[in-house]
Design a protein around this ligand. Sequence first.
Ligand SMILES: *Cc1c(COP(=O)(O)O)cnc(C)c1O
Length: 394
Amino acid sequence: MSIEQVERHGAHNYHPLPVVVTHGDGAWVTDVAGRKYLDMLSAYSALNQGHRHPRILAAAREQLERVTLTSRAFHNDQLGPFLERLSQVSGFSRALPMNSGAEAVETALKAMRKWGYTKRGIPADKAEIIVARDNFHGRTITIVSFSTEASYREGFGPFTPGFVVVPYGDAAAIEAAIGPNTAAVFLEPIQGEAGIIVPPVGYLKQVRAACTRAGVLLVLDEIQTGLGRTGRMWAAEHEDVRPDGITIGKALGGGVYPVSAFCANDDVMDIFAPGTHGSTFGGNPMAAAVGRASLDVLVDEKLPERAAVLGESFRAALRAIGSPKIKEVRGRGLLIGVELHTDAGTARPYCERLMDLGVLCKDTHEQVIRFAPPLVIHERDIDWALGHISAVLA
Ligand SMILES: *Cc1c(COP(=O)(O)O)cnc(C)c1O
């Protein structure tokens, strides 16, 4: 029923697995027929705290009974405590709250450009931002302007200029691309949508050093990798790298509400003055209450540490399957990609078979199955899923 309605009345911009979810709880969801499935995608890492975490629901309910929207024309009593908590968790003195990940990225791009003009003296309209091949940062016209994926771009031009694309994982290429008009380098610490591409050890550190030497910003997109997913609060911590700014989203809303932000220190954030940027819903009291509870849950329940431990054993067990179909198992924490050999066929049919067995996951980039369960998942549930995964991949 629902599927036909979506087919008939929706745009065909997705190709979902044919499961219709009615309920969610922790790492599990239930479909219209009452069948239970283990959610091993967690809404592309937007459900790190699991479905309907009680503390996040309580914060949302409490806020529903008070006030839900003020706009930034007025103050609300939730935004201050949220921004302070976010500053503690991010290590950046300031944050600019938005709603979706793409909006946080757009905010970061504006900040990078304006910083380039006002602080680096780049001539008007000449600022360049260096990005990586196979990046994924969202779906706006400007963001797909620097995508290298044909399906994201075709038919959507003309595109926004001002981006320089270099190979991912090659610090020398970034160093070579930095010029007098470069404002910033903008990267994912691990490329998620590209197929869980973990760059070579030392890459981010070398890029950080190159940016510092050249006096340009390094901004990292932690929308998918951040908030505990990779086993640290921020993926850049694996290399002890401090970027000049980060974009965050997805799990910042705890699976309940869209919440995103661009975080940076004063020297970057002070390029924004009243009138230069904004969002009707950004920083609204619902988002702020939910965002603060989402951060509290990650910290109090030590979910990054949990992701590190569970991810390590999950990856080891996936490798131990020893299937000739598997080319590589990679990732960090609970952001895991299983790349299949091309002669094993594409990843989608394996995801369909796993769905039939009660395990929900999603293919990315044809050959890769992504496993990114909620960080609250129980070890016994991972073991249960592993039984099915090894059966399907054997
Ligand atoms: C999901 C994602 C985005 C876009 O977030 P939306 O909320 O879908 O706009 C941006 N960057 C990365 C790395 C992502 O994974």
